[in-house]
Design a protein around this ligand. Sequence first.
Ligand SMILES: Nc1ncnc2c1ncn2[C@@H]1O[C@H](COP(=O)(O)OP(=O)(O)O)[C@@H](O)[C@H]1O
Ligand SMILES: [Mg+2]
Length: 337
Amino acid sequence: MIMIEVKNLVKVFGAKKGLLGHDAITAVAGVSFSVPEGGSLSLIGESGSGKTTIGRILAGLESPTSGEIIIQGTHVTKLLPAERHKFLRRVQLIQQDPYQALNPARTIEQALEDPLKVMAREQGKDERWILSRMHDVLLRTGIEPGVVLNKYPHMLSGGQRQRIVIARALTVDPKVLIADEAVSMIDVSLRLGVLKLLKELREQFGIALIFITHDVASARYVGQEGKLFVIYKGTIIESGPTDDVITQPYHPYTQALLSAVPVLKGLEDPGPDRFIPLRGDDREIIADTSCLYQPRCPFAQAQCSETRPVSQGLEHTYACHFPVIRRVVATARGERI
Ligand SMILES: Nc1ncnc2c1ncn2[C@@H]1O[C@H](COP(=O)(O)OP(=O)(O)O)[C@@H](O)[C@H]1O
Ligand SMILES: [Mg+2]
């Protein structure tokens, strides 16, 4: 079953302000994907590529300029606001900073109680239900309820705090979790535990995971069997089964991102010639006719500034006029190009 589907999602910020459109920023330029029950989709790309905007739109914190969002078969973009709001609760967003997500003046019990009280009211449940569900979500996130319920956020480690944020998200029985750089502010020693938890929630409870990161290794850890989407300037420039994209990347941007990654577990290092540089930055203005990546691409040819490449390929897609697999990370067999 498809838990969430996005069709041609577009977000333009400041479209109304600039009379001539000067101030408009296209943060998301037509993104489509779907994630099945228990599946995962990792979204990787540099800072500013539009990842957070996609996550915020799916969680209902930002409205799309255009495009469709379908949650468990329902077109939420076509619903009236109240009804849409209810549907979007099935999508929960875990953000980067768990400390900011929790009110410092409230105990963990109070933090978890809020959404549970709303649900209890809606479903006619009593206090006992609230308590048992509270314990349940904490245990699911690997936390002993007795140890944390009376504590304040500052008394916990970053890893524990993020687990509490995840537990709070689980109170509403979400079908989709979006983790946006969810471990980047957590101590390195505690990161793996939180990543493992996200993976387990997907595998054990069928939650669809949208994992936003700039770290390919963690994307592979939580969703090796899932899909990897590479985003550049709000556009998916390569996508496919995670290990296909990692071991056989076609797009020079993907290759550059990957070549900055240390050798991944289980894969052999192809040696020093694996490095493809990531040159310059993404601020250059790009003509509509040019490939988005052309000014930075070490392999660009004349055609790259004359026509924008469209996505090709079926399961593994790439938007490049001259797709050449460069095995920058290595293959299982240790082959190189
Ligand atoms: N509220 C906003 N108003 C105007 N521009 C925004 C807003 N939020 C994000 N942007 C712009 O949209 C682009 C994508 O940002 P973001 O989605 O945060 O990227 P990422 O998460 O990949 O770093 C950036 O150019 C950013 O400056
Ligand atoms: Mg971001």
